[in-house]
Design a protein around this ligand. Structure first.
Ligand SMILES: C[S@@+](CC[C@H](N)C(=O)[O-])C[C@H]1O[C@@H](n2cnc3c(N)ncnc32)[C@H](O)[C@@H]1O
Length: 235
């Protein structure tokens, strides 16, 4: 079976409504639920206006804790800093650095033109509020919040900063573009995870983009956690 065939088989199973999802193989729901209970309810989802489930949250910490020492995590789509906090919780163990990109509450007219209308623009958290929240959570010195759009951040990315974990949860109509823009900056074996990438729990546009992303080259350690599809890029 070719790399693309095995990835397609994985995606078909991940998105299937039929049959039990076994612990080993394409999905590990018992493990994910256990992780979610142990580490996925630490931050106040409602207060943060967060959009991830507890199982997803716990796995973000889990993956971030597995980057190499001093590794780099990039988040596209921070909103109120919920997923950011879980990423930093894992990354803190590796002494790494996180860059999180979001327009926050800047120029809302421009956001109305450039974003996908799936996230309310009223009362959008400010960069200052999220930074303060992350400091209170114990992450001072570990993060940089980039106020702007992923496509602009990618165009000005310092090529010496290589990425070990790319988490895509920004504009739901440009997951493919986000992946392609940051692909040149991924370290070999970097993890990529895409949110809202399940036909039932996510958005059709992201599902289509995820098919393209994971059809590109070779991947290892593919995982499906609720609406997240993730894998390590190995070729
Ligand atoms: C679904 S929310 C992120 C939720 C967050 N990851 C969490 O789980 O708590 C998507 C965010 O991405 C932002 N966004 C939209 N287009 C973007 C882009 N091109 N670059 C960066 N962020 C973007 C939106 O404004 C919004 O704040």
């Amino acid at each position: 079976m070719s790399a693309t065939d095995s990835t397609n088989t994985f995606l078909e199973k991940a998105w299937s409504d039929h049959g039990p999802k076994l612990i080993s193989g394409f999905s590990r729901p018992v493990y994910h639920n256990l992780m979610g209970l142990l580490g996925g309810r630490r931050y106040d989802k409602r207060a943060y206006g967060g959009m991830i489930r507890h199982t997803e949250a716990a796995m973000l910490s889990h993956w971030a804790a597995r980057v190499p020492p001093g590794g780099v995590v990039v988040e596209i789509g921070c909103y109120g800093g919920l997923s950011t906090s879980y990423l930093l919780r894992g990354l803190k163990k590796r002494g790494g650095r996180l860059y999180s990109i979001d327009p926050f509450n800047s120029d809302l007219d421009r956001q109305a033109r450039l974003t996908d209308h799936l996230v309310p623009l009223d009362n959008k958290p400010t960069r200052a509020l999220v930074a303060e929240r992350l400091r209170r959570n114990g992450f001072d010195g570990l993060f940089e919040l980039i106020e702007g759009y992923s496509q602009d951040a990618a165009a000005h990315w310092d090529p010496s900063v290589k990425i070990d974990f790319l988490w895509i949860d920004g504009n739901h109509e440009q997951a493919w573009r986000d992946f392609k823009d940051f692909q040149p900056h991924l370290n070999p074996g970097a993890r990529v995870a895409v949110h809202d990438a399940h036909p039932r729990y996510g958005y059709a546009s992201v599902v289509e983009d995820v098919k393209r992303i994971f059809a590109e080259g070779a991947w290892a350690d593919l995982e499906h956690v609720k609406s997240i599809i993730s894998g390590r890029k190995v070729g």
